[in-house]
Design a protein around this ligand. Structure first.
Ligand code: HEM
Length: 516
């Protein structure tokens, strides 16, 4: 029998109530201290509209569940393009107006990732996605040449080789039942990113790919929970729920990274020497070993092996689910919109006719409609619906001065789904990206790859990979689906997904344009 029960049983109820009151009082004070808000932020928050806040947790009951990003969209309709939320001691200001974002992306005072997104560090560490500014500045510059536009031709043969392996696999599904594109796309993305960045052949090693994907998914979900459920901001409480899971996820991807480095250490060292003698900014300077050798150099300079693995994990994670989710959504969208698919194939036919020549980087540049459809997919299925940044010094954004310490929640979804930017925003309409329509809009109304100095370093790479994939697939197959556009659910976390899968069927492509 426990002490408290004994006390109750022996009729000492007042003592028990007293102890309970003291416990609740101590707990309240603990949270009061942990969630103490900066008076400057409190004063600023009072000037902004926003939902009712509760003591201590603020708007934690609005943001604790997985529908949070959808809620942000509904709040934008109610409170306008700039509104506030409190999560514990953190003041979040949600921004959804493209003009205001100019002030955010044009200054160096808002380059740091938000303090509230600290849980990301447990998985991605000090890699360029999450690392502190002084490390990010140095390392982003070092990796820039490997992701530059003129480096892409070094990767094109790999893209091509891996994509055609999947073309062969998909041939077995021709004229069959509907299947889930997701059963293929993550493996293709993983094969491509591991070969191009690590010169490592994962060759449809489903176990590694699946494990990597599961670990990243787990980490993203834990981060989402730890950020948007303010009671988990207290580190020991967050750890109580998630530390073991997060440690396992990180441990598994680390093992993969260590396996690759150990198997390649001699080649990496040779490449470090070769790169020192090459002109790095030219495409000849870039090879499949460049990324790994830069990561190795970073480790040597900082005398910190963890940093090399942080960079490897960051890039492999950044290059797997992102392109896999987007190509899956893209296939589903064109399978539903046969007219768009026909127009896309016409553009492909215009360049290749019925030849079997494989596409290269230059072909891609001659395909404006493919670019439009790709951008519309990135908008309509906004992969990363939000970004978090901290205001490091007082700054003017729009017509307000934001005090240092404010967290900015840049709602990419809020911008992409705003009918003022894109009329009928839930319609899949590649004309949104016709040159005429692009010209009419503010440039920051398309934010799929972020913007400014901290935009997606892999954007050229991702676009080329996805476009080459689509060209190869469309030249071999036509895509069909019984799914309706309005029935596609979007689970909005830090990365959107479709919990129902991407159900498509395929037929052999008849190599004829629609006008013949
Ligand atoms: C459809 C594909 C992709 C989309 C939509 C996408 C989107 C984004 C966005 C929005 C950011 C900014 C995040 C923030 O500031 O919070 C970002 C950053 C980043 N992305 Fe991507 N990404 C894609 C593909 C890739 C690929 C293929 C790679 C690697 C090869 C990659 C690597 C990174 C890295 C390392 C960062 C951090 C950059 C920095 O902070 O300097 N991404 N991405």
């Amino acid at each position: 029998m426990s002490k408290i029960t004994e006390i109750l049983v022996s009729n000492h109820i007042p003592i028990a109530i007293g102890l309970l009151t003291i416990f609740v009082f101590l707990l309240y004070n603990f949270f009061l201290k942990s969630f103490k808000r900066d008076p400057r932020l409190v004063k600023f928050a009072k000037t902004l509209p926003g939902p009712v806040t509760l003591p201590l947790i603020g708007n934690g009951l609005d943001t604790y569940h997985w529908d949070t990003v959808n809620k942000f969209l509904r709040y934008s309709e109610k409170y306008g393009h700039t509104y506030r939320l409190w999560l514990g001691k953190h003041l979040l200001v949600v921004l959804t107006k493209a003009e205001d974002l100019e002030d955010v992306f044009m200054t160096s005072k808002m380059l740091g990732k938000a303090e509230i997104s600290r849980p990301f560090l447990d998985f991605w560490g000090n890699g360029i996605f999450t690392g502190p500014l002084h490390i990010w500045k140095k390392n982003r510059k070092k990796f820039q040449p490997v992701f530059a536009n003129n480096a892409m031709s070094a990767y094109t043969p790999v893209f091509d080789d891996k994509i055609y392996t999947y073309v062969e696999l998909l041939k077995k599904l021709v004229d069959g039942e509907e299947f889930d594109a997701w059963d293929y796309m993550p493996y293709l993305s993983f094969d491509i990113i591991t070969k191009t960045s690590l010169d490592f052949d994962s060759d449809r090693d489903e176990k590694s790919a699946l494990q990597f994907h599961e670990c990243v998914k787990t980490a993203i979900e834990i981060c989402f929970a730890e950020i948007f459920r303010p009671w988990l901001h207290v580190k020991w409480i967050g750890d109580l729920f998630y530390k073991k899971l997060m440690d396992t996820a990180r441990g598994n991807v680390l093992k993969f990274s260590q396996k690759v480095v150990n198997s390649k250490i001699h080649e990496i060292k040779e490449e470090v020497i070769r790169r020192k003698n090459a002109i790095i900014s030219s495409k000849e300077g870039i090879s499949l070993k460049s990324f790994l050798s830069i990561a190795y150099e970073i480790q040597e300079e900082a005398n910190d092996e963890k940093l090399m693995h942080d960079e490897i994990i960051t890039t492999v994670a950044g290059g797997t689910d992102t392109t896999a989710v987007m190509t899956s959504f893209f296939l589903l969208a064109i399978a539903i919109h046969q007219d768009i698919q026909a127009k896309l194939y016409d553009e492909i036919f215009e360049i290749f006719g019925d030849s079997d020549r494989h596409a290269d980087h230059d072909d891609v540049k001659r395909m404006p409609y493919l670019d439009q459809v790709m951008k519309e997919s990135l908008r309509r299925f906004t992969l990363t619906p939000i970004m978090l940044r901290d205001v490091e010094e007082d700054c003017k954004i729009g017509n307000r001065v934001f005090p240092a310490g404010t967290t900015l929640l840049i709602s990419i979804a809020g911008i992409h789904y705003n009918p003022e930017n894109y009329p009928d925003p839930m319609k899949f309409n590649p004309d949104n990206f016709s040159p005429k329509n692009i010209e009419k809009r503010h440039k920051l109304t398309f934010l799929s790859f972020g913007a400014g100095a901290r935009d997606c370093i892999g954007k050229n790479y991702a676009m080329l990979e996805m476009k080459l994939t689509m060209i190869a697939l469309l030249r071999h197959f036509s895509f069909h689906s019984t799914v309706k556009m309005e029935d596609i659910p979007m689970k909005m976390g830090f990365m959107i997904t479709n919990p129902n899968g991407y159900k498509i069927s395929i037929k052999t492509r008849i190599r004829k344009p629609s006008y013949l």
